[in-house]
Design a protein around this ligand. Sequence first.
Ligand code: PLP
Length: 379
Amino acid sequence: MIVPLLDLSAQHAPIRKDLFAAIERVIDNNSYILGEEVKTFEENVAAYCQSRCGIGVSSGTDALLISLMALGIGADDEVITTPLSFFATAGSITRLGAKPIFVDIDPVTLNLDPVKIKLAITSKTRAIIPVHLYGQCADMDPILAIAADHELAVVEDAAQAIGAEHRDGRRAGSMGSMGCLSFFPSKNLGALGDGGMVVTNDEAHADRVRLLRTQGGRPKYYHKVVGGNFRLDTLQASILNVKLPYLDRWTSMRQQNASRYERLFEESGLSEKIGLRLPTAVYRDSNVAHYHIYNQFIIRVPNRDALRTYLKEHGIGSEIYYPVPLHLQECYQSLGYRQGDLPEAEKACQENLGLPIYPELTKEQQETVIKVIKDFYNR
Ligand SMILES: Cc1ncc(COP(=O)(O)O)c(C=O)c1O
């Protein structure tokens, strides 16, 4: 049985007609840049994320970049973030001439460890970027308290966590100065191409992001600041408007799949046998519905790379999120980090493996995944 890491055909089949109708609507309106589709989507996503404003942008990467631009982050500034994330989290800092300062993760949640943030603050620190990794909120209360104490901005990287709820029900992206979303096709809410959004409760930040999104011009051709073309594409917004009403259902299907994996892994005995670890859903006990939205389902295993090869040979997709921690990336050699500096993140990069968790995944497919993993460790 083939078990792909992701199956977008299964997601699109039941809504195919609506997707084509949305594309047709855009063509018939001849409105391809911003316009009503984008505005509607911005309003609905902002509300979904418990935020006053939403500004559609070209990608999650650009959401991060434009947020930092809006804050005026630049040369000589330092921004604290996690070493366990997609590259864009750190790349957006460096592209503005600022310096990423990496702080190790909590080994249980795999999110930024707030205790270690304090020790990394210097007179140059301007902001913190917590990442709500894999679909679970970072521990925001201590992070926000540290930021308030030191007058730092908090830009939440919620690219993998749309709708994820903190222990008190606050949603990813709504807690800091700005939140950054990605609509990359593999995200819980995915476009048919690239897309992103900045959400914020601060009208001034929203205004600045809107200005920067269209070359810093206001009115058109009169440039107050140097911005860029960061617009969310209207066709993508029209697709996303069709998909957004399904998001809660897709998320709960992912959660059901996660619970099924938990049960199947428990029955497998692999935790005792090889020390396999499952994702820890830390906010589940707080009874919030979206305690984890499982953009990824990450297990931690010994002999990870060989397992991945074995899974592939048996038709099962998996992915390593991420093989190299950001502080040890080649492009960051000049920052002077060494192997062993951030041991928890480094260990996670050796052990983490993402399994298929997409909403339409079947029970039989999940049972196959467990069986093949069991076979591998029983060889
Ligand atoms: C944590 C994180 N940050 C940022 C991004 C960048 O988003 P995009 O791919 O839309 O540019 C991603 C997407 O993969 C991500 O997972």
